[in-house]
Design a protein around this ligand. Structure first.
Ligand code: NAD
Length: 403
């Protein structure tokens, strides 16, 4: 009898696994589950939040990549995984049983328990939350026209990680359009970034990270570094201004966007897997420690990097590799062969600062400026190709390489 593989999540990891499993195995029955009927490019959502890209541009329908001969797509919200009975429970739908399970449920915004984050700041983790950020921004611009309250023109990005930096670059580019709504010059819109640590972007050399930060500073972004955020209140960021005296200070703004890091999906921990911040330390072959038919991949997964003795950081690149690997290992298991250990060599990472600037590392080579932005677009196109194939890459890829 044909075996049933269920894939939870149609992000980078889930769709890459789907492609691997759909390749030449007619015996297999696959079910793909996602709460949305579209895939979105999670690395590009800051552009939607800043209003410089529409959500259509960074999404495509899941049905486009599903081969109906072997795969069924179920749009539904996963509530719990019952690994003992090999069942996936969905909200208001029948449970799905599986022989093999791939958990690729992605990430969630992490508040670290800081008071007021949920109530008074905007998340930016998916399409609806990114669209909400842009909608909120346009409302503030309209409000400024009425009230002339300068705080309507202030935007605070909380956290200067990859997400925060890329968002600031896009917000700078989005200023022109926002300023038109408010009826002001773009310079009147003020961008702030509040960051806990002083050594920004630790994955890069100080010089390279400094290049990106300096670029944003030249564009007028105000950085408050070494200032951990302690609370978010209505239109107010409260941060520790002096660690020695414990003195707090406040920054007022009508738009506060929370980008201080992410955790894996809460469903994983809720289902009894040994998760820390939603991430499970998996076996070297990407299976769960207690279930050799359950693969946990992408942002829900933690795999040790033997070189650094720390888990690999979560990126789209590693998620794609994990998806491919999990698919191959399931195929091996079906043939009665041994699974293989996951190994990963990062090709490097590049952060965009707007459409035609970027900085980062490709292999061991540091890249910056316009050439880096071309590399960044090539990376985006490649990941589109890996999840969506040639059709989606041609339709939604970035080919605007010319300035
Ligand atoms: P992150 O953890 O990389 O960065 C969060 C930042 O917020 C850190 O600098 C941290 O010091 C700061 N911070 C945390 N708590 C704070 C507080 N209370 N007050 C002020 N600052 C605080 O998170 P991210 O930027 O969301 O990225 C998540 C993952 O996704 C990372 O692994 C990142 O590398 C990856 N990512 C990669 C790309 C890319 O490759 N282009 C783009 C986006 C995200």
């Amino acid at each position: 009898m044909s075996k049933h593989v269920v894939i939870l999540g149609a992000g980078y990891a889930g769709l890459r696994a789907l492609h691997e499993l759909q390749k030449g195995n007619s015996e297999l029955k696959i079910t793909l589950v996602d709460q949305n009927d579209y895939h979105f490019e999670a690395t590009d959502i800051h552009e939607v939040a800043a209003g410089i890209q529409t959500s259509e541009r960074i999404t495509y329908p899941i049905k486009d990549v599903v081969k109906s001969a072997c795969t069924t797509f179920v749009q539904g919200r996963v509530e719990k995984i019952d690994s003992e009975n090999q069942l996936v429970h969905l909200k208001d739908q029948e449970a799905i049983s599986y022989d093999y399970l791939i958990v690729a449920l992605g990430y969630e915004s992490e508040s670290f328990g800081i008071p007021g984050v949920e109530e008074f700041s905007l998340k930016m983790v998916d399409i609806p939350t990114s669209e909400k950020v842009y909608q909120h921004l346009t409302e503030q611009m309209k409000a400024y026209k009425e009230t002339k309250d300068e705080n309507c023109l202030k935007i605070v990005v909380c956290g200067a990680g990859f997400t925060g930096i890329e968002l600031l670059g896009s917000l700078h580019e989005g200023k022109k359009k926002l300023a038109e709504i408010a009826g002001v010059e773009p310079e009147k819109i003020q961008l702030y970034c509040v960051e806990a640590v002083t050594r920004l972007l630790p994955m890069f050399s100080e010089k390279l990270g400094g290049y990106g930060i300096d670029h944003l500073k030249k564009w007028g972004v105000n950085f408050l570094v070494g200032k951990p955020i302690k609370e978010i209140k209505q239109d107010t960021v409260v941060y520790l201004d002096n660690a020695e005296t414990n003195e707090l200070n406040e920054l007022q703004a009508k738009t506060i966007i929370w980008t201080t890091g992410v955790s894996g999906s809460h469903v994983v921990g809720d289902s009894g897997f040994a998760a820390k911040r939603g991430r499970v330390m998996v076996n070297p072959d990407l299976t769960d420690a207690d279930h050799n038919n359950v693969y946990i991949i992408g942002d829900c997964s933690a795999v040790m990097d033997k070189e650094s003795n720390r888990p690999y950081p979560t990126t789209a690149q590693i998620s794609l590799k994990m998806g491919e690997h999990a698919g191959k290992n399931i195929k091996a298991q079906l043939k009665g062969e041994a699974t293989k250990e996951f190994t990963f060599k990062s090709l490097g990472s590049v952060a965009s600062i707007g459409n035609s600037h970027a900085f980062g590392e490709v292999g061991k080579i540091e890249v910056k400026g316009y050439p880096a932005s071309v590399i960044k677009k090539a990376i985006m196109d490649r990941s589109l190709f890996e999840t969506g194939g040639i059709k989606e890459m041609l339709a939604k890829g970035r080919f605007d390489f010319y300035r």
